[in-house]
Each structure stands twice: as structure tokens, then as C-alpha cells.
Ligand binder design. Structure first.
Ligand code: SF4
Ligand SMILES: [Zn+2]
Length: 131
């Protein structure tokens, strides 16, 4: 069975939280969603991004997705994430300054390490985005 990353701890947890905060902000401002709610399209995008993170072969050592040589996102989803980030990125500093600073300082420019060999993911089950 394919191994999945634990999104509930450490760095990956922070990536999920940041992504979800950006998506919620985007959906509220662009699609009129209420607080705590997402439209169907953004809900789909969030589920897709979580699944990508859970299956990311780098595990907790993952680079920023925009610097990743694998680019595991489907082109359409990648474009949708880009659009969302373009909108929400600058606003995060106002709405969620702590998460935004963590993201900018620790995650957004992280380069890709060598790809771990199969079955040797760093951070493994207990490990724990980008952008
Ligand atoms: S784009 Fe790269 S870093 Fe991002 S989830 Fe996919 S494989 Fe991991
Ligand atoms: Zn939406």
C-alpha cells in the first residue's frame, strides 16, 4: 500500500493550514463564500492539494511546490492554485500575518532536495507544504 505523509504534524501541517487559510480568503473574496465555507470548486481544489501533499515523495523535506522538479499537480489544478495564490498571497500579510510570515520565511522559497529513493522518505510516518 502506498505510504502517505502525516499532514497533522510539523511542517506539512503548517503548509495545509496556510493553504487552507489562503483558499478560504480567496473563496470569500472571489466567490462570495461565507466564513468557514468554501464553494464547490474551491472545496475540490483544497481536497486535491491535500491529496498531493499526502502523496508528496519528499515528505517533510518537500520544497516549495513552485520550485519542485516533479510538479505533480495536473496543469489545470496548478493554474487554479496559481490564480488563488496570486490573489490571496499579498492579502495574507494583513489577514493572517503569523501564518504568512512563516510561509514567506520558511516555506515559500525552499529549494528541492535530492529526491528520496523509494521507501526512504524523510520524516516518514511522523513527518510533517507550498505554495
Ligand atoms: S509539486 Fe512537488 S513538492 Fe509539491 S506536492 Fe507535488 S511532488 Fe511534492
Ligand atoms: Zn470558491
Amino acid at each position: 500500500m502506498e505510504r502517505r505523509n502525516d499532514l497533522g504534524r510539523g511542517r506539512l501541517r503548517r503548509e495545509v493550514r496556510t493553504f487552507e487559510a489562503m483558499l478560504a480568503l480567496f473563496c470569500r473574496e472571489r466567490h462570495g463564500a461565507g466564513r468557514g465555507a468554501l464553494c464547490a470548486a474551491c472545496d475540490e481544489l483544497g481536497a486535491y492539494a491535500r491529496e498531493r501533499l499526502a502523496r508528496c515523495p519528499y515528505g517533510a523535506a518537500k520544497p516549495a511546490c513552485n520550485l519542485c522538479p516533479i510538479h505533480c499537480y495536473r496543469p489545470e489544478m496548478r493554474e487554479r492554485v496559481r490564480e488563488m495564490m496570486r490573489h490571496a498571497g499579498p492579502r495574507m500579510l494583513v489577514h493572517r500575518p503569523v501564518l504568512a510570515r512563516f510561509h514567506l520565511l520558511l516555506d515559500a522559497r525552499r529549494p528541492a532536495p535530492p529526491l528520496p529513493a523509494r521507501g526512504e522518505r524523510r520524516g516518514g510516518g511522523g513527518l510533517a507544504s507550498d505554495s
